[in-house]
Design a protein around this ligand. Structure first.
Ligand code: HEM
Length: 424
């Protein structure tokens, strides 16, 4: 054996996380963690210590482990957990009783009720509206020959879509768009702005829900909010507060995620011209099977949700051979698990036709993304329509000039400037 430490191939120090370089490309750091410290204790930028789980098998198991609670009361430092559940300002606004913060049996009850209103059928019926919205947004910049696909396309699409689905009147949708924008721009802005935006959204939703309840008997109440108010299970209904919290989580959980699916996805396509062209050809031939696998692969390759939302150990347990103490926070790193070579062949290669692609981009277990059918519809419609209408879409800046918004939970581009031949 050599005495030179470099020749023994020791792993060296753990990579620095949560830096600018990490936000730009976290995958080398994740490869290191998967190999050398698959369940890794780290101090997060907020000062909270947490475990990062990076291997696919451990991640999938942790997501389904009932001993890992979603309820922040299980954190051994409850004061720290405040406001760290992925939704800025939610505590102050009293919006805690939503699906991502609760365990069974409360979770089972709420999820069953919302599933009665937010059905795949309702989402499928929404397809023409998503297509119309997508075309309208593209009409806004198609003749110009250039656009910022985040601000002009990926950002407005999901907020208008979920507003329509919920039944927010068209004249109010721009307000919600602006407030939701304030919530996700909080990285660089004052915290006060976020709390104000959350308060406005909460106040608006409470009033809208009240109005919908008064008018349930009227025609034209086939929207999701009216569906949530009507939903009943063994005679049980959602309370007024639960409907507000549910609408809020639908807005929040489906907003930045979908922006990043469209943004990260289009960027990945522009970085892979051969795959981009292949998808375009298949769309031109009227096929949709490659589009379907492509959107799943884009989620696996560079998904919007970097780490699943917080979990807390309710008792001492072992994850991937590592002991985790009761009260410890655990973050399941979906983006790392989805590049695990133990699960995916050639994981760092984008393969739009990838088969057996059971990625964790939408999570796993009882908290599996409720909005996955809507996200797929929006992702597929947005990407297919843009590729069809602007066939020579290309990046207008150098890769190094792009800036990534790296949060703890979400990762996506701040802007995506593109050029193309001006179209009708
Ligand atoms: C849960 C991803 C879009 C609503 C989740 C989780 C993930 C996820 C990873 C699980 C979090 C955890 O276990 O901690 C995504 C991605 C999306 C997307 C990648 C887009 C590409 C949407 C949309 C909606 C939505 C459009 C609704 C309009 C929800 C809700 C939950 C959830 C309500 C909580 C479910 C529960 O706790 O039972 N999502 N999501 N998501 N998602 Fe999504």
């Amino acid at each position: 054996m050599s005495s030179n430490p470099h020749e023994t191939g020791g792993p060296g120090p753990a990579p620095e996380l949560f830096t600018w370089e990490f936000a730009t490309d976290p995958y080398p750091a994740y490869a290191w963690l998967r190999q050398h410290a698959p369940v890794h204790r780290t101090t997060l930028p907020s000062g909270v210590d947490a475990w990062l789980v990076t291997r696919y098998a451990d991640a999938r198991q942790a997501l389904a482990d009932a001993r890992l609670s979603k309820n922040p009361v299980h954190h051994d430092e409850p004061a720290h957990a405040r406001g760290k559940t992925g939704i800025p300002g939610e505590r102050s606004a009293g919006l805690m009783t939503h699906l991502l913060n609760i365990d069974p049996p409360d979770h089972t009850r709420l999820r069953r009720l919302v599933a009665k209103a937010f059905t795949p059928r309702r989402v499928a019926a929404f397809e023409p509206r998503v297509q119309e919205l997508t075309d309208r947004l593209i009409d806004g910049f198609a003749a110009r020959g250039s656009a910022d696909l985040i601000h002009e396309f990926a950002f407005p699409l999901p907020i208008y879509a979920i507003c329509d689905l919920l039944g927010v009147p068209p004249e109010d949708q721009d307000d919600l768009r602006d407030w939701a924008g304030m919530m996700i721009r909080h990285g660089g802005g004052p915290r006060g702005g976020v709390a104000r935006a959350v308060k406005r959204i909460r106040g608006y939703l409470a009033e809208l829900i009240h109005r919908k309840r008064e008018n349930l008997g009227d025609e034209d109440t086939d929207d999701l909010i009216s569906g949530l108010i009507r939903a009943s299970d063994h005679g049980e209904h959602l309370t007024e507060n639960e409907v507000v919290a549910m609408c809020f989580v639908l807005l929040f959980a489906g907003f930045e995620t979908t922006i990043n699916l469209v943004g990260n996805g289009l960027y990945a396509l522009m970085c892979h011209p051969v795959q981009h062209a292949r998808l375009q050809e298949s769309l031109a031939a009227g096929e949709t099977s490659l589009l379907v696998t492509a959107v799943e692969e884009l989620l696996r390759y560079d998904g919007p949700v970097e780490m699943a939302t917080w979990r807390y150990a309710t008792e001492a347990l072992t994850i991937g051979g590592q002991e985790v103490a009761a009260g410890d926070p655990v973050l399941v790193v979906l983006a790392a698990a989805d590049r695990d070579p133990e699960r995916f062949g050639r994981p760092d290669v984008l393969d739009l036709a990838r088969r057996d692609n059971q990625h964790l981009g939408y999570g796993h277990g009882i908290h599996y993304c409720l909005g996955a059918p809507l996200a797929r519809l929006e992702g597929q419609t947005a990407i297919a329509t843009l590729l069809r209408r602007l066939p020579d879409l290309r990046l207008a800046v150098d890769h190094h000039d792009l800036r990534w918004r790296g949060g703890l939970i979400m990762r996506g581009l701040r802007t995506l400037p593109v050029e193309f031949t001006p179209a009708e």
